[in-house]
Ligand binder design. Structure first.
Ligand SMILES: [Zn+2]
Length: 427
């Protein structure tokens, strides 16, 4: 804060531009404290460390990170089944929970009384938001945590949130117009939907809509879509990347050189088969450690592929930077012997502007793989079966295997969803 041009907004300029060596000393202290705290308070980490033959005293600095096992979402799910609700990862008094968040697949997440994580707040400032901004938060407030985390983070930077959630495009456009909303948080496809809706209502996007800055996330943003939104609305669109368990892991600043890693998280890029770090400029899986005192995440794997950037950014931030997200480690899924990539599914769906959001779900019935495109539409359409038939034909043509389309109501597919969800079980 305290800087008026969007080129140079910081949450804490002194820290974010501090000599990296100096800042690392502090990160290391926080990391060691987190390991101690997790070992003392969390049954899950105590067991994980013990079965890996690690005593917390073996961990003396950030260079010992690689000694710790990588934590996968599947491990959390397994532990939550055995030790409900949080799988023993929680480290605070259960009477001091503000909320219990729900993630897809009924994965529970404790929400601390006072939200302390500043990673999204730093991201918001880096993206260009400032004190006094009026921001619509179009992420889903029902069950999933992301909308609340961003809501709390806007408070930290002194902005005002209009908690609109998903859907209701007509009302959202009116809200933007009447309240002179200047900020947007949501998916890139949803801001495009709002722009199209406003145009259809006969509004002048440059005069009637005051949007100047957007934080988009939870979906891949193509550069063509970014420039279309920026041109149509005369605004700046920047990406925030993170997970609900870890918080913000990277954000784009004005210069758009990559994803700046926030101050309060340690990010590694690893080889998923060995758990060892790879060099800057080499693709690997993003793994992160945060300093959350109620639900610490130590070497949590994201499943996302990226690389550490080798260049620095003209904005003056000294911390590490990731290049863009390159995809998922579990991207390709084999269905009936044929690989299906998320980009292929994207290619099919990009032909249908009626589609708001989709997810491919793979199941197995009577020893046959079933591929279902679960689809949410932007609005009501008169003959959904025709659309369904057209998409199914394109799936067969472009993916060379049969798929079925299932149209569902808006809000069914969670904000942070896997593009291809493999629900097959193999006995
Ligand atoms: Zn920068």
């Amino acid at each position: 804060m305290g800087n008026s041009t969007s080129e140079g907004r910081f949450f804490n300029r002194k820290r974010e531009t501090m000599d990296w060596e100096k800042r690392t000393v502090d990160l290391e202290r926080k990391f060691l404290k987190t390991v101690q705290h997790a070992h003392q308070r969390s049954n899950a980490y105590r067991e994980i460390f013990t079965s890996a033959g690690i005593d917390p005293s073996d961990i003396r600095g950030l260079e010992d990170l690689e000694k710790l096992p990588v934590l996968r979402m599947s491990d959390v799910v397994e532990r939550q089944k055995q030790d409900p609700p949080f799988g023993g990862f929680d480290t605070i008094d259960p009477g001091r929970l503000r909320r219990i968040y729900i993630n897809p697949g009924l994965i529970w997440q404790p929400g601390e009384w006072d939200y302390k994580d500043t990673s999204w707040a730093e991201g918001l400032c880096g993206i260009g938001f400032k004190q006094g901004d009026r921001i619509i938060n179009t992420f889903n407030y029902h069950m999933w945590p992301l909308a609340f985390m961003l809501d709390e983070s806007v408070k930290m930077i002194g902005g005002t949130v209009i908690p609109t959630g998903v859907g209701n495009t007509l009302m959202q456009v009116k809200i933007m117009q009447k309240l002179k909303v200047n900020g947007f948080m949501g998916t890139p496809s949803f801001i495009m939907t709002l722009a199209q809706r406003a145009e259809a209502m006969g509004l002048d996007l440059k005069k009637d809509i005051s949007l100047d800055t957007a934080l988009v996330g939870a979906e891949m943003l193509s550069e063509s879509l970014r420039s279309r939104i920026e041109d149509k609305l005369e605004m700046t669109v920047r990406q925030g990347y993170g997970t609900v368990f870890l918080g913000c892991i990277g954000y784009e600043c004005y210069h758009r050189t990559g994803l700046h890693v926030p101050d309060n998280i340690v990010v590694e890029v690893i080889d998923p088969s060995t758990g060892k770090q790879v060099e800057a400029g080499t693709t690997g899986e993003i793994v992160a450690t945060n300093f959350n005192t109620s639900f610490p995440m130590i070497r949590m794997a994201t499943g996302d592929l990226s690389m550490l950037a080798q260049e620095s950014c003209p904005c003056g931030r000294t911390g590490p930077m990731l290049t863009k997200i390159l995809g998922r480690i579990d991207q390709a899924t084999k269905v009936r012997g044929t690989f299906v990539h998320p980009w292929q599914a994207d290619e099919v769906i990009s032909r249908y502007p009626e589609v708001f959001k989709y997810q491919v779900v793979i199941t197995r019935e009577n020893h046959n793989d079933i591929m279902t495109f679960v689809v949410e539409l932007k609005g009501e359409i008169s003959r959904p079966e025709i659309l369904k038939g057209r998409i199914e034909r394109d799936i067969r043509d472009m993916l060379t295997i049969k798929g079925v389309v299932q149209i569902v109501t808006r809000g069914t597919i969670p904000d942070l969803h896997k593009k291809i969800e493999d629900k097959r079980t193999w006995d």
